[in-house]
Design a protein around this ligand. Structure first.
Ligand code: MG
Length: 381
């Protein structure tokens, strides 16, 4: 393609793209706990993610922790116990816990995540209760989602496969027979501690083989054996650990994705504190004002006006008023051409009306003038 046609195509694509820089006066404006307007066109839109090519396959934004190869194991995992009888084995594209090898941990440390793990207990049944196909998935190295062959093999409820170990039994038991692959999809939210106080206990959501078994269950510390634990902070990040409980359990296809931050964690989506809301609104106002600088005429005026949805600013208000009054003067100066400017005037009037109705501006002369033009020309429906 010649440079010229490339440029033409680029220009066409820009022209076809939705114009996010044009001001809109539409849904309820930001308030004290919501920095964004309803349906806010300034709000960042979701990034594209390529889903896996089959269920369970890692999407494009996943961090793969084990892909079945020895190289992937070596790159991502370490044995925790220095003195150990043996290592975990890489067998048939799986990593297998070995008696005496101890836990393994990821080199990478992370917090809130969507985690995908597939595991398989031996088809030859050996042992009973907690002694059969036992392993465990420890989020941040502490909070365990139990791995256990509970197919026709009961144990205590809060130690069942898919339990938040020692805290909460799974709602149901959707395990397949030993020797078959089981899929765990986990959504982990770590506790959030501020000034020594747990402000969010964190939670665990677990699907086994696509069946929901834990529904945003609040964490109670790390869980654990026999002793009751209580909500507490676990830090910001930690390694993922897998347990050697003396039974050979195989793992494959391990990946995670980081999650959007919660408001209590500095995230700017959702209902925020007043302080966080006002800080975010100021940031958005700055972004809108910066964009306004690249515009001219009415587009600039409306974009400046829009910035006042996020932050009141007397200097900007003055500038917008002056621009508005110039616009009104210009429209009124050519009464014969007024019908041809109907769309323009209606658009500007509606913007100021929105601001006035939501008490973002008050008693502005330009709004009153626009109102008069609308009434005089019978443009109000
Ligand atoms: Mg276990």
């Amino acid at each position: 393609m010649k440079t010229n046609s490339v440029l033409q195509l680029a220009a066409l694509l820009v022209a076809l793209a939705p114009s996010f820089s044009a001001a809109q006066f539409f849904g309820d404006p930001p308030d004290k706990q919501h920095p964004w307007a309803k349906h806010d066109h300034n709000r960042p839109v979701p990034q594209d993610v390529q889903p896996g090519d089959k269920p369970g396959a890692p999407p494009s934004d996943a961090i793969v922790l084990f892909d079945g190869t020895e190289a992937s194991f070596k790159k991502n995992w370490v044995h925790i116990r220095e003195k150990r009888k043996t290592d975990w084995a890489i067998v048939d594209g799986t990593m297998q816990s070995m008696k005496g090898a101890g836990y393994i941990a990821t080199k990478e440390e992370f917090g809130d995540c969507q985690l995908h793990v597939e595991w398989k207990a031996p088809s030859v049944i050996n042992g009973a209760g907690q002694g059969r196909g036992n392993s465990g998935i420890f989020l941040m190295g502490v909070a365990e989602v139990q791995v256990l062959d509970n197919f026709n093999n009961p144990t205590y409820a809060d130690g069942w496969a898919g339990s938040v170990y020692g805290v909460m039994p799974p709602m149901v038991n959707p395990l397949r027979a030993p020797g078959e692959w089981q899929t765990y999809d986990i959504v982990f939210r770590r506790p959030i501690v501020k000034d020594g106080k747990v402000v969010d206990e964190g939670s665990m959501t677990v699907f086994i083989n696509g069946v929901l078994v834990q529904d945003a269950v609040p964490l109670e510390g790390g869980g654990g054996y026999r002793k009751r634990t209580h909500p507490k902070g676990l830090g910001d990040v930690g390694p993922l650990k897998l347990q050697d409980h003396g039974n050979p359990v195989q793992f494959r296809n391990v990946w995670y994705r980081a999650l959007r931050k919660r408001p209590a964690d500095g995230g700017s989506d959702g209902r925020l504190s007043v302080e966080a809301t006002m800080a975010k609104r100021a940031e958005i106002a700055d972004m809108v004002l910066k964009d306004a600088k690249s515009l001219d005429g009415q587009d600039k005026m409306l974009r400046l006006l829009e910035s006042l949805c996020y932050r009141s600013d007397d200097v900007i208000l003055k500038e917008v008023s002056a621009m508005g009054e110039n616009f009104v003067t210009d429209v009124q100066s050519k009464p014969d051409a007024i019908e041809s400017r109907k769309n323009e005037v209606v658009k500007v009037y509606r913007a100021f009306k929105f601001m006035n109705d939501h008490k973002l501006i008050e008693d502005l002369k330009v709004y009153q003038d626009l109102n008069q033009i609308m009434e005089k020309n019978k443009w109000k429906r």
